[in-house]
Ligand binder design. Structure first.
Ligand SMILES: NC(=O)C1=CN([C@@H]2O[C@H](COP(=O)(O)OP(=O)(O)OC[C@H]3O[C@@H](n4cnc5c(N)ncnc54)[C@H](OP(=O)(O)O)[C@@H]3O)[C@@H](O)[C@H]2O)C=CC1
Ligand SMILES: O=C(O)C1=N[C@H](C(=O)O)C[C@H](O)C1
Length: 252
């Protein structure tokens, strides 16, 4: 019989972490060897024999967690937000010293969200205007969401490569924040509302028409197939991968 994949979950008692613990325990090809909270030492990953870890903690701790994993040759699947360009560059450098180790930074594990982002990036060059609205539960600590930052960045890159002008905007008077945050020139509006889980709309506007690309996660169960897929594949993808789309053959 094939050996089970030894998995550790960091942030195990959080909203996502507790779902991930249950998903790993239910997966026949995986064994949960450690479930860590804020006060547990990272050395547990080594003593428990973890081959892969999934980080579902907080933006303040994720970089140190992943650094520890890479330094100990433990593959990392990361759902936690806060991975800006500086952090990614430091991680790339670290991975050079551990070329067999894989790290997946996945701003969103939901397949529908990954597809929505890819569709939005594809559509972005054909429309004069584009803005994003992301809507989340009010216990979320970061804004805009990691998914929105990733989507806006890919949209901006696609528009730049196609030579599309910035979205028109005649605003000269505004209350601070009225036009949202700007991510690489794309306006992103963040809503925090009790009852929501994780939702995003990309609004694309052209003369006389609008295309809206919307994704809704109504339940954190939506993220678990992506978490498990990431854990199963991360060892086969040494180095850094940003976005679950890197493990999906979306262009086939
Ligand atoms: N990629 C994706 O698809 C998704 C990503 N996310 C992201 O995942 C992250 C977690 O979200 P969510 O579960 O809602 O947040 P929660 O606040 O519910 O959970 C975070 C957990 O991490 C724990 N924690 C904090 N620091 C550490 C540490 N150093 N080591 C281990 N555990 C630690 C916290 O413990 P304590 O309570 O003691 O502080 C808490 O239990 C966020 O960044 C969120 O944006 C969320 C959903 C989907
Ligand atoms: O905090 C959340 O809940 C979520 N965080 C991720 C993000 O910031 O994009 C993924 C999803 O939107 C849920």
């Amino acid at each position: 019989m094939k050996e089970k994949l030894a998995v550790a979950v960091l942030g195990a008692s959080g909203r996502m972490g507790s779902e991930a613990v249950a998903a790993v325990e239910a997966a026949e090809d995986m064994e949960l060897v450690a479930a860590l909270g804020r006060t547990d030492p990272l050395e547990t990953l080594v003593s428990a024999g973890a081959r892969c870890m999934v980080d579902l903690t907080v933006p303040d701790s994720t970089e140190a967690n992943v650094r520890f994993a890479v330094e100990h040759g433990i593959h990392a699947v990361v759902g936690t937000t806060g991975w800006d360009a500086g952090r990614l560059a430091r991680l790339q450098e670290l991975l050079q010293a551990s070329p067999g180790t894989g790290v997946l930074i996945a701003p969103n594990f939901a397949l529908g969200s990954v597809l929505a982002t890819a569709f939005a990036a594809k559509a972005a060059r054909y429309f004069e205007s584009v803005e994003l609205i992301e809507l989340h539960h009010p216990d979320k600590v970061d804004a805009p969401s990691g998914t929105a930052v990733r989507t806006a960045s890919l949209i901006a890159q696609a528009r730049e490569e196609a030579g599309v002008a910035p979205s028109p905007d005649a605003t000269t008077k505004e209350l601070p924040g009225a036009r949202g945050a700007e991510v690489n020139g794309v306006h992103v509006h963040s809503v925090r509302l009790r009852g929501l889980v994780a939702h995003q709309e990309v609004l694309l506007g052209g003369p006389g028409e609008q295309l809206t690309i919307r994704h809704d996660s109504f339940d954190r169960a939506s993220f678990m197939p992506g978490v498990l897929l990431g854990l199963r594949q991360v060892a086969e993808h040494p180095g850094l991968t940003v976005g679950l789309d890197g493990y999906l053959n979306l262009n086939d």
